[in-house]
Design a protein around this ligand. Structure first.
Ligand SMILES: Cc1ncc(COP(=O)(O)O)c(C=O)c1O
Length: 500
């Protein structure tokens, strides 16, 4: 497969630069900021925020100068400054590509579990998952135990999932208006098990996979580890869903084997892709020959009444040959069950079942029976209501606490999901996360959700705490932020302000 790098045309770069917050035209000392500096800062910020991918080819100096109506010298000086700061690499005659400064560690791995001695005192905002909505977990297992005896006489291996659960999941899609047969469902070990099986089947070593930028950190890491080559596509601003022109360009130019998207209350931004975007993305993926994987893990977590819910992405490919849907009970019910699923065409399901055999063979029977009980009783809807109420309360408490204690942090409050994606007032999210860990609050920093070091100026906060705990988390984060702003971090490192 040939090397593919994304390219940012001069009209697109001009548009992205124009959409940035107006930057101060003078320094704090009252001197004018030179035009080249302001351009270099703008490009640097676009890279750090993932709006322009790392390793993207930038326009030639002359072209960009014309698009921005500045002199070529200004663009040349800006490129020179970016090269000096490690944000650009150029090869004579070949062009210039965005980069991130060498030596900056890319924190791509997940968060390690907290050691037991600190777990009690640290507010852990690392994981976007809530405790079980009792009494429904207990009831579901009581129901499951009653159904267990006939299974005890079997070998217990069901690589595609228990027939009763496949049917119950299929029926839910049918009830949502997308007729589905049990043969179109495979039960997996969480959504992660589903994506792992899909990657093993479709997006192995060296295959290109287009991903939203930012995207769900663990899936990005899973794909890196399976050897896929990630092609990031920036999300639209302000929770508006996808940037369709950017998607069309990537699907056309990079022809990725697969694309992975979270249309419903995206993790980490919380964006909800409108229905028309869904239709168009499916069309674009189909004509590019790209398999579109739509992860619906967050889809039940609509937190505000009156929000119009678009149809699922698979509504635009009900047969499931172009769109593979991933679902899970982890967010709508409880992550401890480790139950997820795939919805696709029966032949795709058969291949996935074969692909998963070499990973985990199947999913525990009792947990599958518990989910079957939930889906076939009032348990699913009632527990999901509890879940939404809890997440809503947590979201509102967190938003209020962050606004009170961190007035420089900027975010758009999502209508659903479990996460707040926030800009950290121009300071490094990684440094704040480091300082926070020492001050008793753990948050994942932005680059975990990006490709190649983007999103340094962000952290992700989950809707998992409320009341005084949310307040205290914000107080500790504010203290961490002050440490970073004053340069008093452990390594006594000069804080890096990423916003001009
Ligand atoms: C979009 C998305 N997909 C998948 C997962 C993981 O799901 P599971 O626990 O079912 O493996 C999460 C969890 O945060 C998620 O947000």
């Amino acid at each position: 497969m040939g090397q593919w790098t994304s390219a940012v045309g001069s009209p697109q770069l001009a548009r992205l630069l124009g959409s940035q917050h107006a930057r101060a035209a003078t320094t704090p000392g009252g001197r004018r900021v030179p035009a080249y500096r302001s351009l270099a800062d703008g490009v640097r910020l676009l890279v750090l925020e993932g709006r322009v991918p790392v390793a993207a080819r930038l326009p030639a100096e002359r072209e960009l100068a014309a698009a921005l109506a500045v002199s070529r010298t200004t663009v040349a000086a800006a490129y020179e400054a970016l090269r000096g700061e490690g944000f650009l690499e150029s090869r004579r005659g070949a062009g210039s590509w965005t980069s991130v400064p060498a030596g900056k560690p890319l924190p791509t791995r997940g968060l390690d579990p907290l050691p037991p001695e600190t777990a009690a005192s640290v507010i852990d905002l690392g994981c976007a998952a809530l405790p079980a909505p009792e009494p429904w977990l207990t009831r579901a297992f009581q129901g499951a135990l009653e159904e267990l005896p006939p299974y005890a006489h079997t070998h217990g291996d069901f690589p595609a999932g228990l027939p009763v659960l496949r049917e119950a999941i299929a029926d839910r899609y049918t009830a949502r208006g997308i007729p589905t047969m049990p043969e179109q469902i495979m039960v997996t070990t969480g959504a992660m098990g589903a994506v792992a099986a899909i990657c093993r089947l479709i997006a192995g070593h060296g295959e290109r996979v287009a991903v939203e930028s930012p995207s769900y950190a663990n899936v990005l890491q899973l794909m890196r580890e399976t050897g896929a080559r990630l092609v990031p596509v920036a999300m639209a601003d302000a929770l508006a869903g996808w940037d369709l022109p950017a998607w069309r360009q990537v699907l056309r130019d990079a022809a990725p084997r697969m694309a992975y998207v979270v249309a419903d209350f995206h993790n980490p931004t919380g964006a909800l892709a409108p229905e028309e975007q869904r239709r168009r993305l499916v069309e674009a993926a189909r004509s590019a020959g790209t398999v579109l994987v739509a992860d619906e893990t967050m889809s039940e977590l609509c937190l505000d009444p009156g929000i119009e819910r678009p149809r699922p992405v698979c509504a635009f490919d009900p047969a499931g040959s172009a769109v593979i849907t991933v679902g899970s009970v982890s967010k709508s019910f409880w992550a401890g069950l480790r139950i997820g699923w795939v919805r696709a065409a029966p032949d795709v399901i058969r291949s996935l079942v074969a692909a998963r055999a070499y990973a985990d063979l199947g999913t525990p029977v009792l947990e599958q029976l518990a989910v079957t009980w939930l889906l076939t009783t009032e348990g699913w809807d009632e527990s999901a209501d509890l879940r939404r109420a809890q997440a809503r309360e947590n979201r509102d408490a967190l938003v209020a606490a962050v606004r009170r204690h961190l007035p420089d942090w900027e975010f758009a409050v999502p209508h659903g999901g479990l996460t707040l994606w926030t800009r950290t007032g121009g300071l490094s999210g990684s440094r704040i996360a480091e300082a926070g860990e020492r001050l008793g609050v753990r948050v994942p920093s932005g680059p975990r959700f990006g490709v190649d070091g983007a999103f340094e100026g962000y952290v992700r906060l989950p809707f998992t705490v409320a009341g005084p705990v949310a307040e205290e988390a914000a107080v500790r984060l504010a203290a961490a932020t002050r440490l970073v702003a004053t340069g008093a971090t452990a390594e006594a490192e000069t804080p890096r302000s990423y916003v001009a």
